[in-house]
Design a protein around this ligand. Structure first.
Ligand SMILES: [Mn+2]
Length: 321
């Protein structure tokens, strides 16, 4: 299936100044950055569409903060003790935004699925930036047919509510809906410390599915290697990050700031360790809310995380040549 590109719009500033490609039939890349604008249909989300027409969306805020990397992607990176891209030929493009202007009933989440599927068919790795984590549900649907997929959910919350305000596909239900996809064989949830969506039933259902809970305190106390050993073996790992997994000192711009979160280095090290365990099939970063950000800190953290993920993929040899 080839997605039509008429609902893809070019960004005002591309991520880190990389080339823009909104015509997916012409996509020729190793990494495809893509902005998602899905909004959960919760009552308190109804004002969100008003923020979507300007620079106050998460994809645009993170793109803006990524500008410090323009013309610097070939520089030495101290995180890797090497140049960022490991001297490999790596084509990074920004595919723009899916459905940026649509809201409410006009949203077509199947377009997210179609675009991500096309990106995968073109041999590129999707790196999605979205505001509302409900957008992960159509993102994960693009992996239908994968025979060994483990979802890595990095979040303060488990997001296993069956419904909230009568809505079944909002950000509080993301991992329950994901667990219902037959191609999702296993799940690890890392950074947990928030009581929202952690009712007894939600906890029991997540554990009976086999979700591996790794609390933020366990990451701090036991270290990344011990935690990563608990992640189920799989050929492919689909990683999704809710910005509230990070400590609120480095990611204040979230709906439910919670102390005790993961550090920047912990998330970077986590993704590096997962890349040694199996192939990374896609990465998504959700839930930074620009209107709640302080001095662009959360957007800056997000931009640096994505740069580090790309460096990790390069250094692990998973992309480029
Ligand atoms: Mn969360």
């Amino acid at each position: 299936m080839t997605a039509k590109s008429n609902y893809l719009s070019a960004p005002t500033h591309s991520f880190a100044g990389v080339p823009v490609c909104t015509q997916l039939s012409k996509l020729d890349a190793d990494i495809a950055i893509i902005g998602l604008h899905y909004v959960s249909a919760y009552p308190q989300s109804l004002s969100a569409p008003e923020t979507q027409a300007d620079m106050r969306t998460a994809p645009d805020a993170i793109r803006l903060r990524s500008s410090i990397f323009i013309n610097h992607l070939d520089h030495y990176d101290f995180n890797f003790k090497d140049v960022l891209l490991a001297g490999r030929q790596i084509r990074i493009v920004d595919c723009g935004d899916i459905d940026k202007q649509a809201s409410g009933d006009l949203q077509k989440p199947e377009q997210i699925t179609g675009v991500i599927r096309t990106i995968l068919e073109k041999g590129a790795l999707p790196v999605a930036i979205g505001t509302d984590e409900g957008g992960f549900i159509p993102f994960a649907r693009a992996y239908e047919g994968d025979d060994s997929l483990c979802v890595i959910h990095i979040d303060a919350h488990i997001d296993w509510r069956n419904e909230r305000h009568g809505v079944q596909d909002g950000y509080s239900s993301v991992m329950r809906r994901t667990s219902e996809m037959p191609w999702v064989k296993s799940m690890a949830q890392i950074g947990l410390r928030g009581i929202g969506s952690a009712g007894r039933q939600e906890i029991d259902d997540a554990l009976s599915f086999g979700s591996v809970f790794i609390r933020a305190r366990e990451v701090h106390r036991e270290g990344i290697d011990a935690c990563v050993k608990r992640i189920p073996a799989a050929d492919h790992y689909l990683i999704t990050i809710d910005a509230d997994a990070l400590d609120m000192a480095i990611a204040p711009g979230v709906l439910y700031p919670t102390p005790g979160g993961l550090t920047f280095d912990e998330v970077t090290d986590l993704v590096q360790a997962i890349a040694l365990k199996g192939r990374i099939a896609g990465i998504s970063l959700f839930e930074m809310r620009p209107e709640r950000d302080i001095n662009g800190l959360t957007a800056s953290t997000g931009a640096h995380l994505i740069i580090n993920f790309i460096g990790t993929l390069a250094h692990s040899g998973q992309i480029g040549k």
